[in-house]
Design a protein around this ligand. Sequence first.
Ligand code: HEM
Length: 183
Amino acid sequence: MYGIVNKSIEELVLANYGQEKWEDIKSKSNINIEYFISSESYDDDVTYQLAGTIAKELNVSVDDVLRLFGEWWILHTGKNHYGYMLESGGDNFRTFMLNLPSFHNRVMMMYPKLTPPEFKVTNVEDRSLHLHYFSKRKGLTAFVYGLMTGLGKFFNTNVTTQHLESIQGENTHEIIKVVWKIQ
Ligand code: HEM
């Protein structure tokens, strides 16, 4: 994944646990990278290793780390560096979700070597929908849950997620029910 992702994980650790903890996590992850360059591509293993080491260090599950990172990605990296993109996705949570399927097309203009996730929305109601998450990667569904609650906070909307179905196949296809209530 692009370095911006690993850099965002680094910022999350630095902000909450400090420099020493970060150096420790980096060395325990065996990645031998001094610092991440946002616009450079890194092996996905780097990201998975970091998430795994953080989970061990904090004594929580990898899914807990991914959820936390999903929120952080929206509320810190997204808001601070790509606020204009989040805003152009819609002015409320529901509209943003309806536009989500085309969101990474714009990201690809910045990061042309992106292997983006794909999204589809079905069963759209006033306050709920079914989100279909497709990916060439495995194990990142909890990241999507965190992204949803992060977006909810961004739009002052209370968001909950419920896993509905995993469609078996070569690639990931998860169906998640997303429910929201404006605060
Ligand atoms: C704020 C602006 C955003 C930017 C700049 C951005 C950029 C990226 C980048 C660079 C990656 C790594 C993929 C790669 O390098 O191949 C990624 C992955 C991902 N993004 Fe975004 N993204 C943004 C917002 C979102 C939002 C709003 C969602 C969904 C709610 C989302 C869902 C994901 C997921 C699930 C992945 C993991 C990759 C996978 O599942 O295969 N992103 N994004």
